[in-house]
Design a binder for this molecule. Structure first.
Ligand SMILES: [Mn+2]
Length: 322
């Protein structure tokens, strides 16, 4: 049985479903999760959608249909017929929900990350797919589930954010075909654009200014980077959750083959996001430093302070060039 059909078959007889995505979910994570929730609820199943600790929901996706259905991990049932993980490359990305995962009758893993560990009973993993949203759509088609405008809007949000508004390398012909199908199904294309890209807070726009002013280019490493400190957040009133797309502004610099954004976390560690301009594969860099991700978009957390974590990455990149 092919991936999409095997998921459709796995879910068919389930009465209770727990679904989740990865920690600090992005648009594809929450979009796929909410779409699955709407689709399966529509089939009469009892669906419990949740997110891992610290159970933070990104504010720019508050408008998505079904957002209000999300439950805190402690409100989940002890067991369920089927557990579905979405856009989640391994079990450690869903703590503490792996406890529910282990007790589930059957587990399903739908994802497009290259480094997915195939941790479930049914693994539908396709790194060639633009987004997990695209894979959810294929399941929907394979199972002949009715797709309404609400679920289509959620999937469209996943597709549009994971492809960088149809500009990243994963913008395949099938990504455009999917966009057309979702629009046809009633996805609110303009609403998604307005809510995600034109509804940012003034605080965040000011934080963006601070980070852009600091941008550095190291020509020999073909690197462009910047950083955000905890005091930047205090001064501007912005939150890190709002800053998901900040790194994309740094990509605008010509010749930037690796783009890095260093974000100081409250505990003093540093979250490092990496983007590839065109040629460099950043997932392998992130993996060496304890993280992971896609070829073009990856990240890791450094235990060092800001200065130390910047030095650590520069050293890595110099080794590659040596
Ligand atoms: Mn994704």
């Amino acid at each position: 049985m092919k991936g999409a059909e095997s998921v459709a078959a796995a879910v068919q007889r389930a009465k209770t479903v727990v679904a989740t995505s990865h920690v600090n979910p992005d648009g594809d994570g929450v979009g796929s999760l909410l779409a699955v929730t709407i689709l399966l609820s529509g089939l009469g199943k009892k669906v419990y959608p949740s997110l891992p600790e610290p159970w933070k929901y990104p504010p720019q996706y508050e408008f998505l249909p079904g957002r209000e259905s999300l439950l805190a991990p402690e409100s989940l049932p002890g067991n369920c017929d089927v557990f579905i993980a979405l856009d989640c490359s391994n079990l450690s990305r869903m703590e503490p929900l792996e406890q529910v995962f282990e007790r589930a009758g059957l587990t399903v893993n739908i994802d497009h990350h290259e480094d997915n560990t195939r941790f479930a009973d049914v693994n539908y993993v396709d790194p060639a797919a633009s987004s997990t949203a695209e894979l959810v759509y294929r399941v929907c088609e394979a199972a002949s589930w009715a797709l309404d405008g609400r679920a289509a809007t959620c999937l469209y949000a996943g597709l549009v954010t994971d492809t960088g508004r149809f500009q990243h390398r994963n913008t395949t012909p099938s990504a455009f075909v999917l966009a057309a199908k979702l629009a046809e199904a009633g996805a609110d294309v303009h609403g998604v654009a307005r809510e995600i890209y034109e509804s940012q807070s003034l605080q965040y726009v000011r934080l963006l200014g601070t980070a852009l002013k600091r941008a550095q280019r190291l020509e020999n490493l073909r690197l462009v980077y910047s950083y955000i400190t905890q005091s930047d957040l205090e001064e501007t009133g912005a939150t890190l959750a709002e800053a998901e797309d900040l790194i994309d502004y740094l990509r605008r610099v010509k010749g930037a083959e690796v783009v890095a954004l260093f974000k100081e976390l409250p505990d003093g560690t540093v979250r490092v996001s990496l983007r590839s301009g065109d040629e460099v594969e950043v997932a392998s860099i992130a993996r060496v430093l304890g993280g992971g991700g896609h070829a073009m978009a990856a990240g890791y957390t450094s235990e060092k302070d800001l200065e130390g974590s910047i030095g650590e990455l520069l050293e890595r990149l110099r080794d590659r060039h040596a």
